[in-house]
Design a protein around this ligand. Structure first.
Ligand code: BTN
Length: 248
């Protein structure tokens, strides 16, 4: 699986506001590449769009990875979301589960969300100098109270109970595997796998772009992470995050 960078240091907490916030607050000179912060409970776990992230104490994986990449250009930053998404879908596949990547940062089983990724990048010049990758994966939680759309957990699907520390170790293996692909610049491999695992790829779907409804097919993402859709009228469209939503 290549060099282990992610998870060489693990900071385990009982409770914190948010593991992303904890990582963000570590002083620059104390940062160690590959550190993972995992907390049993987050008092203010965050999703993207300033949403909250619901996770019962001790039941799920809620962690953040600090990476100090050496050569990811700012314009290529979407590769971070790609490699993490692939690690999570591979991790779920060893549980016998077919998971899909719902652009830009969600992992779905069927039409239900099992995991979310929250990435915070700092850029220095042309390059990403630090990235904090927050990962929430629903593992043992059986019911969800918030109005999050369609949550599901591993236990909901398999009816088994999991050891969170063991599951984290398994996830770390795949994170290192896919991060090594990034470091070794095997982007072709990442792009191919990512496209294959995209939710509703090449399936007729109905979208809304805030002004109108239209029908089309997801064709992949470009190098900037924009979603590529070809409409039924053969028009090729590109969307940034929040510019398009699935209706069906
Ligand atoms: C989303 O789908 O909206 C992203 C969810 C990300 C949740 C994780 S849990 C660990 C880390 N700390 C946070 O506060 N958020 C991320």
């Amino acid at each position: 699986m290549g060099t282990k960078i992610i998870g060489t240091k693990i900071i385990g907490l009982n409770e914190t506001e948010s593991t992303n916030a904890y990582a963000r607050n570590i002083e620059t000179n104390k940062l160690e590449n590959g550190t993972i912060i995992i907390s049993q409970f987050q008092t203010s776990g965050r999703g993207y769009n300033k949403n909250s992230w619901e996770s019962e104490a001790g039941k799920n994986i809620t962690c953040s990875i600090i990476l100090l990449p050496e050569k990811i250009k700012a314009e290529d930053q979407y590769v971070i979301s790609k490699f993490v998404s692939l690690a999570i879908t591979d991790y779920l596949s060893i549980k016998g589960i077919v998971a899909k990547i719902k652009w830009p940062n969600d992992i779905y089983i069927g039409d239900k969300k099992i995991a979310g990724i929250l990435i915070e990048n700092s850029v220095k010049g042309e390059y990403i100098d630090k990235t904090i990758i927050g990962i929430g994966i629903n593992i043992n939680q059986e019911s969800f109270k918030s109005d999050a759309p369609n949550p599901i957990s591993l236990k909901n699907i398999t009816k088994s109970e999991y050891s969170i520390s063991h599951e984290l170790e398994e996830l770390i293996r795949f994170l290192n595997h896919w991060y090594n692909q990034v470091v070794e610049d095997k982007n072709g491999m990442i792009d191919k796998d990512y496209k294959q695992k995209m939710y509703r790829i090449d399936e007729l779907s109905v979208f809304s772009d805030n002004t109108k409804k239209f029908e089309g097919y997801i064709k992949g993402v470009n190098k900037f992470g924009q979603l590529m859709i070809e409409t039924t009228e053969k028009e090729k469209l590109l969307f940034n995050f929040k510019e398009v939503a699935f209706l069906i």
